[in-house]
Design a protein. Sequence first.
Length: 208
Amino acid sequence: MQSIKYRLLEFFLIFIIIPVSFAIAFSIWIKMIISILGFFYIIYVLLRVENNKFKIAKNLNWNRFFKETFFKLIVIIAITTLYVYYTKSSNLFIVLREKPLMWVAILFVYSVFSVYPQELIYRTFYFQRYENLFKSKELFFFINAIVFSLAHLFFKNTLVIILTFLGGLLFAFTFHKTKSTILVSIEHAIYGCWLFTVGMGEMLGFPS
């Protein structure tokens, strides 16, 4: 494992400097190149340095996970439905009502090509690389939520930053508890798909 100084430099580059710079207007192609190179670096470190196998653990408590996720989802459904209804009721379930095929396609693409890579970076990589640098678990979770919200800074939307911060706390807790990228990805996908379904997709960068 690399030195503490190396990992701290790595942390600031991947989780602070790059996300913040993406909120600045410059070539989308340069941003894409940086993103691809960064993602390949993270995969390389997970495989070669941290010795990940990318296998689904056999001892996962699926029943408990889905019960807890369902309970949290009910709370999220209640809050977000009321929010959309009172802020812009015309958006309530708008994509599901008007473009059901696109709704299905977006949920699939989002879950596979957005959620899973995010969880590899912000939970699997983050936890394995930096957890032993923190004495406080609460501070470690808090910073994880902060950097996860920074990854969405380019939306330039305060509500998005708040939602992703809260989501970061939930996902950090789930990953800490389960040590499973697949479970935290499923939870992330469920909540994200619901936000798109209820009518908050435009704010979160989904096609509409």
